[in-house]
Design a protein around this ligand. Structure first.
Ligand code: IPE
Ligand code: IPE
Ligand code: MG
Length: 244
């Protein structure tokens, strides 16, 4: 492939029989990345969208089953109106421009979070993209927009009450989450050196491996994903049992 910037040497260190099925990305550091270059924060979001695109394609090439991206949190409404608007317009542009390629590459796009508060044109593009890619059975691209883990859990509980369910177990509860059809993340990657979940899929991440590279999101590309997978494969996932 002509423009793949990944390092074949690194890829040879990946054990393709033990890939994480689901990798979740907390795309942090766009603002700091831009500031360091004397640019506006929104420039960081624009280049960050390019990272997202590169990571989607690389994950597909590697054979990952699901990638999740935290694009806008329920707390991000506390940012200046202009920045919020710009993030939504970048998200819309990405969806419009990439829809055809998602479709052709057999990718399925799903969006989690409370979309009712998003601009209407963005809501329409999301619905359209979900609809046209819904029968694809390749890589699932899950984008969290106006998403909060607590809001998701509370929403699930309210729907359970409405349905008159008297008792739940983990299986029933999962079916009420927006991620009901995807496996829990095996690996959570948060860029920029911050080490917190910031309300991202806490329920689903109960047993995820956490990885905190120092690079800001606009610099997180193919090579950095390879490195993350290699690190993941060094971890010993015990799930409460003892070492074999
Ligand atoms: C992540 O980058 C993108 C969003 C939260 C939408 P930030 O915008 O949080 O960048 P920093 O953390 O301020 O550098
Ligand atoms: C988390 O990043 C949200 C997204 C990546 C969309 P923030 O930059 O908003 O998180 P905090 O405020 O540093 O916890
Ligand atoms: Mg941040």
């Amino acid at each position: 492939m002509l423009f793949r910037k990944n390092d074949k040497n690194l890829e040879s260190k990946i054990d393709f029989d033990r890939l994480p099925q689901h990798i979740a990305f907390i795309m942090d550091g766009n603002g700091r990345w831009a500031k360091k270059r004397g640019r506006l924060r929104t420039f960081g979001h624009k280049v960050g969208a390019e990272s997202m695109d590169a990571i989607v394609r690389h994950a597909r090439d590697l054979g990952i089953k699901v990638v999740s991206f935290f694009a806008f949190s329920t707390e991000n409404w506390n940012r200046p109106k202009e920045e919020v608007g710009e993030i939504f317009s970048i998200a819309r542009k990405l969806i419009v421009e990439k829809k055809e390629s998602f479709l052709k590459s057999n990718m399925r796009v799903i969006v989690i979070g409370d979309r009712k508060r998003l601009p209407e044109d963005l809501q329409k593009e999301i619905e359209d993209c979900e609809r046209v890619t819904k029968d694809n059975d390749g890589l699932i691209v899950n984008v969290a927009l106006n998403y909060g883990g607590r809001a998701e859990i509370i929403g699930a509980i309210n729907r359970i009450i409405k349905d008159g369910v008297k008792e739940v177990n983990e299986e029933i509860f999962k079916s009420y989450l927006q991620t009901s059809n995807i496996p829990d993340p095996d690996l959570v990657i948060r860029t920029s050196g911050e080490q917190r979940l910031s309300n991202f899929m806490m329920y689903q991440c109960a047993y995820s491996e956490l990885y905190f590279p120092k690079v800001h999101w606009p610099d997180f590309r193919e090579k950095q994903l390879d490195e993350a997978i290699i690190e993941f494969q060094k971890r010993d996932r015990r799930f409460g049992a003892i070492k074999k």
